[in-house]
Design a protein around this ligand. Structure first.
Ligand SMILES: [Zn+2]
Length: 591
C-alpha cells in the first residue's frame, strides 16, 4: 500500500489564488463585517437577556468562520512554499483587510466593558449559555486589560508592522541554504535535513551538520537581523505590558493559557531544580559512547551503531497499528487523514521546516511533516496526528471555546507519542533497548528541560528589555549560553565562545508565541499523569477522550480536578520528575 503524501488543498479549500470563490470570500470580508457591526454596535451593551447573547455568539461564529478561511488557505500555501512571492503578497493584502475588519469590531470589547464583570459572570452560569461559559469567564477576566476604543484602534493599526517582523523571520530563515558534504559530494540541504543529521551515528557528520546550521545562522548579517527582529517583538510585548497593566512579562501568556502565575513559576522551578538529572544522563551517555570530549553535537547521538531508516509507509503503518490497539476513533481518524490527502509528508525546497497540525471547528485537520525516515520522524507522525484527532474530537464544542489553551493542546499529541514509544519497546531486541531508552530520554529532555531553558532565556530577555536596557545580538548570545550552561552543567564542551552562539535564533516559537514553550513542558508532565492513570485503570479511555473533547470549554485546573489531578501541587511535578530519574538510573545501569 502506498499512501498519498501531498496535500490536496483544492479538495477542501480553493483551487488556486485565482479561484473565483477565493476572491469573493476575500471581497465579502468588509461588507460582512459592516453588517455584523451595524446589527450589534450600540445594541450589545444594552442586552439584558441571555437569549440575546446567544444570538450574538451564533452570528459572530458564523461570520468569523467565513472571514478566516482565505487566511488558512494562504497559510497552507506558504507552508508548502515559503518563498512564493504571490502568496506572500496576498497574505500582506489580506492582513490589511483583517486589520480594517477588526477595527470595526473594537466595539465588542468596549460593550463587554460597559456590561461589566458581574453581569457577564451571571450569564456564564445561565443554562442557555452553558456552551459559552468559559468564553464568558475569560471575557470577564480580560476586561481590566482592555483599553478605551481609541487606544485599541491605535494599537490595532500599529500591530501590522509587528506581524511583518514575524513574516520577515519566516521568510529570512526559509531562504537559508545549507551545505554538507555527503559521501564526498557537496550537497545543498533543507534545514530539516541538516537538523536530522545531528542525530547521525557518525560523529564527524553530526559535527558537520551542527556547524553547517551555525555557519548560516551565525553570519554577522543574520545575527544582526534575527537579533533585531527578536528584540522588536520583545519590545512590543513590553509596551503592551505597560499599556495594559499586566503584572509580569509572562502574565499575558498565562492568562491566555488560563494558568495562574504561581502554577507556572512552580513548573519552571521544579524542572530547574532537577536539571542535574540531565547532567547525569549526559555523563552516562558520554561513557556509553566512549567519548572523552563530549561536545554539543553529541547530545543527540544515537547509542546503537546501525541507524535504522523507516520508509514512510512503514512508519505510518506502525502508527496505525498503535492506534488500532488503543482506540478505534484514533485509528479511523488517522487513516482518514492520510487517505483524504490531508498530510503533506516529505521535505521540499522552500517548504516550511518542522511539523504541525492545523485544525478548526467545522473544518478537516491538516498535518504538515518533514519526514526523513528517522525513528524521531515516526514519533512525529503520532504526535501531529494526535493533535489532529484532538481537533476532531473537540468539534462538539461551540466555536468560541473550541480551541484548547496551549497548556492542554499538547495532550493528545504527546499521549499518542507515548503509545508509540511503548509499542516500539515491545518490538525491539535487548540490544536495541539501549537505543530506545536513549531516544526516549533525549525526547523527554528536549520537550521538558530544554523548553524550560528556552523560557528561562525568554524571561531574562523580556525582563531586561522591560527594564529599559538594550540587548545586542552578542548579549542575547551570552544570555543564551548562560542559561544553556545551567542546564548542561559541565557535561558538554562548546567549540565556540558564548558570544558567538545564537542558538536562540533557531527557535521559531520565541519569535511567534513568546513563552509558548512552557506549554510543551507542562503538557508532557500532564500527559505523563494521564497516561499513567489510563494504564493503571484509574482513568478510562473514554474519560481521556472526554478531556480531549472538552477543547477550551473548561479551565485546565477545573477540568483536571474532576479526575483528581491537582496541577497546583508541587507533588504533581515531582512525581513525574521522579519517573525521569528512574529512567536515567535504568540507562546508567546499562553501562
Ligand atoms: Zn505539538
Amino acid at each position: 500500500m502506498t499512501y498519498p503524501t501531498s496535500w490536496n488543498l483544492s479538495r477542501y479549500l480553493y483551487s488556486g489564488l485565482d479561484d473565483p470563490k477565493f476572491l469573493t470570500d476575500i471581497e465579502r470580508i468588509i461588507p460582512d463585517t459592516l453588517l455584523f457591526r451595524d446589527k450589534y454596535q450600540h445594541t450589545l451593551e444594552g442586552f439584558t437577556e441571555a437569549s440575546q447573547i446567544l444570538e450574538f455568539y451564533n452570528d459572530y461564529e458564523k461570520f468569523s468562520y467565513t472571514l478566516g478561511t482565505p487566511g488558512y488557505y494562504l497559510f497552507y500555501l506558504s507552508s508548502l512554499d515559503t518563498q512564493n512571492t504571490e502568496v506572500l503578497k496576498k497574505m500582506g493584502e489580506l492582513q490589511f483587510i483583517h486589520t480594517n475588519a477588526s477595527n470595526e469590531l473594537l466595539f465588542i470589547a468596549q460593550a463587554w466593558k460597559t456590561i461589566g464583570v458581574k453581569k457577564i459572570l451571571e450569564w456564564a452560569e445561565n443554562p442557555i449559555l452553558i456552551g459559552y461559559r468559559n468564553d464568558l469567564m475569560s471575557t470577564a477576566e480580560n476586561i481590566r486589560y482592555i483599553l478605551g476604543e481609541k487606544e485599541e484602534y491605535t494599537l490595532n493599526m500599529k500591530a501590522r508592522p509587528l506581524s511583518l517582523a514575524n513574516d520577515l523571520h519566516d521568510e529570512l530563515t526559509g531562504s537559508f541554504e545549507f551545505f554538507m558534504s555527503i559521501d564526498g559530494e557537496e550537497k545543498k540541504l533543507t534545514e530539516e535535513e541538516v537538523r536530522s543529521y545531528r542525530q547521525h551515528t557518525n560523529r564527524s557528520i553530526r559535527e558537520e551538520a551542527y556547524k553547517s546550521l551555525r555557519k548560516v545562522y551565525n553570519t554577522k548579517q543574520n545575527q544582526i537581523t534575527l537579533g533585531n527582529i527578536y528584540t522588536s517583538i520583545v519590545k512590543d510585548s513590553s509596551s503592551d505590558m505597560r499599556l495594559r497593566g499586566y503584572e509580569t512579562v509572562m502574565s499575558a501568556r498565562n492568562i491566555s493559557e488560563e494558568m495562574d502565575d504561581t502554577t507556572i513559576t512552580m513548573l519552571l522551578n521544579e524542572v530547574e531544580n532537577s536539571y542535574p538529572i540531565y547532567s547525569r544522563f549526559l555523563r552516562a551517555k558520554a561513557k556509553m559512547l566512549k567519548i572523552s570530549d563530549f561536545s554539543v553535537w553529541d547530545v543527540g547521538a544515537p547509542i546503537a551503531s546501525n541507524d535504522r531508516d523507516f520508509s514512510f509507509d512503514e512508519a505510518f503503518n506502525l502508527h496505525l497499528s498503535v492506534m488500532k490497539d488503543f482506540d478505534s476513533d484514533f485509528y479511523e481518524y488517522s487513516l482518514k487523514m492520510i487517505e483524504e490527502e490531508r498530510i503533506d509528508v516529505f521535505p521540499k525546497a522552500g517548504k516550511r521546516w518542522g511539523a504541525y497540525a492545523s485544525y478548526r471547528k467545522w473544518d478537516e485537520s491538516f498535518v504538515l511533516l518533514n519526514f526523513t525516515g528517522k525513528l524521531r520522524d515516526v514519533a512525529t507522525i503520532s504526535h501531529e496526528l494526535g493533535h489532529a484527532i484532538h481537533g476532531h474530537l473537540s468539534q462538539i464544542q461551540e466555536w468560541a471555546v473550541y480551541d484548547s489553551p496551549l497548556s492542554l493542546a499538547e495532550t493528545a499529541s504527546i499521549f499518542s507519542e507515548m503509545l508509540l514509544w511503548e509499542k516500539l519497546k515491545t518490538m525491539i531486541s535487548k540490544e536495541e533497548y539501549a537505543e530506545y531508552l536513549n531516544e526516549r530520554l533525549w525526547d523527554i529532555f528536549a520537550t521538558i528541560y530544554r523548553q524550560v531553558q528556552y523560557v528561562a532565556f525568554e524571561k531574562k530577555v523580556h525582563e531586561t528589555i522591560h527594564d529599559g536596557q538594550e540587548l545586542t545580538y552578542k548579549e542575547l548570545n551570552l544570555l543564551w549560553r548562560a542559561e544553556q550552561s545551567k542546564l548542561y552543567g559541565n557535561e558538554i564542551q562548546y567549540d565556540i565562545d558564548g558570544g558567538e552562539e545564537s542558538g536562540w535564533s533557531m527557535i521559531p516559537h520565541i519569535f511567534h508565541t513568546p513563552f509558548y514553550c512552557y506549554a510543551y513542558a507542562f503538557g508532557n508532565i500532564l500527559t505523563f499523569a494521564l497516561y499513567n492513570k489510563v494504564q493503571n485503570g484509574e482513568l478510562s479511555i473514554e474519560d481521556y477522550k472526554d478531556i480531549l473533547r472538552s477543547g477550551g470549554s473548561k479551565r485546565p485546573r477545573e477540568l483536571l480536578m474532576k479526575y483528581n489531578i491537582d496541577i497546583t501541587s508541587p507533588d504533581f511535578y515531582r512525581a513525574w520528575l521522579h519517573e525521569v530519574e528512574k529512567l536515567v538510573i535504568e540507562f546508567e545501569n546499562l553501562l
